[in-house]
Design a protein around this ligand. Structure first.
Ligand code: ZN
Ligand code: ZN
Length: 328
């Protein structure tokens, strides 16, 4: 099969046209990949900002495909079924986190496209217990960004609370889905892009943001909560300054540049800063059901599998509207 391989961080992915296709082990399924989204986390892995990836590695954790073979003992999914494979690829099921509904924090968790080969390939193996059925309303390409950008955005929304005025910092793949869920929940969205990014601001307004501006601007109203999707620590004090008493600022990325020091008054009056780590399977089931009900429309740009490096470059340079998706 064809696969894009990371041999070492900070190196371009290499096309392997004859990678061996593995047979599924106990509890695993072999999936023929229909589409795989390109997530900012892939960029952090390729750029060496996330330490110790399995090498050589097939990146990719927004996988949509069809089950082509079942390993021994698989009962949850059937042959031919269309499933999605997210970032959370395996958890221990026994630790204090796993047994209290917080498997996203399992210290032994293994992640797709990081410690487990992912979806930048024609085929992939996945643990059947961590696959989600994909609602029929979504095509393969449209569904791919839901698996991480959508899901992590949903978890971030939940943790940001029910406040009416919500700020979204960084308007890429995750925010363009989160705004649709937020509006469905009756929230007003204030979108922050890079300063002077007129096309990003128009994209946000087109999706129903009540206001869009640069991250260096002050919104016209005080926010009840904010989610930071951009990996820039300087946005934390900026978001706190824009958020009212008791408001929550959620950092939704896995990696962020250092947060500059800031005066305590920005945090005073019960403001909260928190991060969101990974996802649970319950988040996935809940989000995919609500995404189908809305229904969420993803803006995607498809690339052939071989052009994974080009897709990563465009994401790194901020030259993407919506989400890049690889199609093998
Ligand atoms: Zn665990
Ligand atoms: Zn991701």
């Amino acid at each position: 099969m064809r696969a894009m391989i990371l041999d070492a961080p900070r190196r371009a992915l290499r096309l392997d046209e004859a990678k061996a296709k593995s047979a599924p082990g106990p509890g695993q399924v072999l999936i023929r990949v229909g589409a795989c989204g390109v997530c900012r986390t892939d960029l952090h892995v390729v750029d060496g900002e996330l330490a110790h990836p399995r090498l050589p590695l097939v990146p990719g954790h927004e996988i949509v495909g069809r089950v082509e073979a079942l390993g021994p003992g698989v009962e949850r999914v059937g042959l031919g079924e269309r499933v999605g494979v997210p970032w959370l690829g395996w958890t221990c099921g026994k630790c204090a986190y796993c047994t209290s509904g917080r498997e996203n924090l399992c210290p032994r968790a293994r992640f797709t496209g990081y410690q487990i080969d992912g979806g930048y390939a024609e085929y992939t193996l996945a643990d059947a217990r961590y696959c989600f059925p994909i609602p029929a309303v979504f095509g393969d390409v449209a569904a791919a960004p839901l698996l991480c950008a959508g899901l992590i955005g949903y978890r971030a929304l939940r943790l940001a609370g029910e406040g009416r005025r919500l700020g979204l910092y960084g308007f890429g793949a995750a925010a363009h889905i989160a705004i649709q869920v937020a509006r469905f929940r009756g929230q007003e969205v204030y979108a922050f892009t890079k300063p002077q990014d007129k096309s990003g601001q128009d994209f946000a307004l087109g999706l129903g943001a009540v206001w869009a501006g640069g991250s260096d601007e002050v919104p016209p109203v005080e926010l009840d909560a904010a989610i930071i999707f951009a990996p820039a620590g300087a946005l934390v004090p900026a978001a706190l300054a824009a958020t009212g008493k008791g408001g929550c600022v959620v950092c939704a990325g896995i990696h962020m540049s250092d947060i500059p020091s800031f005066p305590y008054r920005l945090l005073w009056e019960e403001r909260v800063v928190r991060s969101v780590a990974n996802l649970t399977r319950a988040d996935g089931d809940e989000f995919l059901a609500i995404a189908a009900r809305i229904p969420v429309r993803t803006t995607t740009l498809a690339f052939p599998l071989e052009e994974a490096n080009e897709a990563l470059t465009r994401l790194r340079e901020g030259r993407l509207e919506g989400a890049a998706v690889l199609v093998p």
